[in-house]
Design a protein around this ligand. Structure first.
Ligand code: SAH
Length: 246
């Protein structure tokens, strides 16, 4: 069991990481380390890039708007994670930020915005989603970052959906039945999850989904949840039955 040191400051960089490498922080990162955290040369920071694991680094040269990090040694090997994609109708800013961070903490491999008729947002800010992925990963010590896919319309998403995967659709109109039983049949299959928009799915969308052999409609009980609540509920269930919480 990995014991996580949550006292250590963690920083995401895009650079390759290996012993002896020197990484230049972004201006914002330099400000955070030097001005906010008041770190100085030689202080330690844990750095990860989503590919090479987590490395202990020492703050190197500090200039007015920059600082370097000297990569010392590996502290955690790169981890994988369950091949579960979180597909969702995008929500408005703060709720989308929350949902992206929770899905990242719950170990998803991909974040796939799906545009449905009642989706309330037109444009999805992929850079903002990516920033929320990084923030959640830095706070929770997550080494495998989910990739952020371009938004796709529901019909196109279903038309391209792979035949060898199962799509767990959270259907607020599905008959109430044990989600554990429904998911139990998917033990050794690659799965994605789909959560609808604030206004729920249209009947025509529900019919389109139910017509797809790969779709498993899942009830999350008798109460209608907000979409961001449903995200946490269904990803906890899926992780327990199919993911890496076993
Ligand atoms: N109007 C509320 C709830 C919308 S339902 C809001 O403001 O958010 C949003 C999505 O969450 C649904 O499309 C469904 O995918 C999921 N969901 C919510 N409650 C559910 C339930 N009891 N069972 C299955 N899915 C549910």
């Amino acid at each position: 069991m990995t014991v996580h040191d949550f006292n250590a400051q963690r920083l995401y960089v895009d650079d390759p990481l290996s012993a002896g490498a020197v990484v230049m922080c972004s201006q914002a990162q330099a400000h955070y380390l030097v001005t906010v955290l008041r770190l100085g040369a030689g202080d330690r920071v844990r750095v990860f890039n989503g590919r090479d694991g987590e490395w202990l680094c020492a703050v190197g040269k500090i200039a007015k708007r920059s600082c370097s990090l000297e990569v010392l040694h590996l502290t955690r090997s790169q981890e994988g994670g369950p091949d579960i994609g979180y597909c969702f109708a995008p929500l408005k800013r703060a709720r989308l930020d929350y949902m992206v961070q929770k899905a990242t903490e719950l170990g998803v491999a991909r974040l796939q915005p799906v545009l449905t008729e009642r989706t309330v947002v037109g444009r999805v800010n992929g850079e903002r989603m990516r920033a929320n992925v990084i923030e959640a990963a830095e706070q929770c010590g997550i080494l495998r970052l989910p990739m952020v896919a371009e938004p796709v319309k529901l019909a196109a998403f279903l038309a391209e959906y792979p035949s060898d995967r199962r799509l767990v659709m959270c259907d607020e109109s599905a008959p109430i039945a044990s989600p554990l039983t429904a998911l139990g049949g998917l033990q050794n299959q690659c799965c994605d999850v789909l959560v609808g928009p604030e206004g729920g799915f249209l009947e025509s969308e529900r019919a389109l989904l139910h017509d797809l052999d790969q779709v498993v409609a899942l009830s999350l009980g008798p109460r209608i949840m907000r979409a961001d609540t449903a995200a946490v509920a269904v990803l906890a269930l899926v992780n327990s039955v199919i993911g890496d919480w076993r």
